[in-house]
Design a protein around this ligand. Sequence first.
Ligand SMILES: N[C@@H](CCC(=O)N[C@@H](CS)C(=O)NCC(=O)O)C(=O)O
Length: 332
Amino acid sequence: MGQLIEGVWTDERQDAKTSGGRFVRKDSSFRNWVTADGGAGPSGEGGFKAEPGRYHLYVSLACPWAHRTLIFRKLKALEDAVSLSVVHYHMAENGWTFADGPGVIPDPNLGADYLHQVYTAADPTYTGRVTVPVLWDKERKTIVSNESSEIIRMLNSAFDGVVGDPTVDFCPEAFRAEIDAVNEPIYEHINNGVYKCGFATSQEAYETAFAALFAELDRIEDRLDRQRYLAGDRITEADWRLLPTLLRFDPVYVGHFKCNLRRIADYPNLSNYTRELYQVPGVAETVDLFHIKRHYYGSHRTVNPTGIVPVGPEIDYAAPHDRDRFAKEAAE
Ligand SMILES: N[C@@H](CCC(=O)N[C@@H](CS)C(=O)NCC(=O)O)C(=O)O
């Protein structure tokens, strides 16, 4: 995995060689917000007004952080308003690329061969990781944001007065505090926790992350025994932030990242919940297990030197689920 240094791509990175072999994820760099009136958002500068056709999303179908943004774009009916590029699943010496391959959607804005060219177009002296997702402003020819948690908040509401489906709200004011409260430990121990397991370079760091990951999964399993969704009786942002990790867990994280105490399939509530969310109309179209498996197993050669992609496991996310038991209980 490489990075940009002063706008120049370099193939080297001191990635997991952090204190005690722990993997530490660096904060995202572009933190501006698209807003309804173009005013500044919670961070960054203003000048990014919500307008149909103005913004473009660069994603990888493999990446769980990018996956959240695809789900919001789909469920908020913003596909025509926010255009899309998809990088190749294989991330190697050039980072993410637009090389020809199944499912790749090239860059219509800059004709870039590599995603790092999009970053240097926004900031010619950029230093840092070149990550997906990226929200690009075609008008100002710059990156609005490369932070998925903030991009989904923008997609959830900024375009409501102009385009998309304003009746869909995954972050209602009344749920906000609860959503933030559940998001925090899930991010720390599950979304990012699987990476802390997989990219640890010391036994101790791996075992610490592993214990925290399964403690949090157990806690969520218990919560989902009492309520249908993470923040209560309706689907919220918290659910869409967790789903991409759950979908990748059994096919990838159990083996590749050594998260193997239990599979999601071994958790009755989590597995039924995963299937219910997967079956929400539109969501399955955002899931690409081919990109997911090829990317992780093929790109992380420090973790899997041969690049061999396992054939299994057999998983049917479209199989029936039992989550409507909560609706039945409420009706009784
Ligand atoms: N905090 C970022 C993290 C994004 C991220 O780490 N994306 C990964 C793919 S899953 C990436 O692009 N990695 C490339 C690299 O680190 O060089 C977000 O949530 O948007």
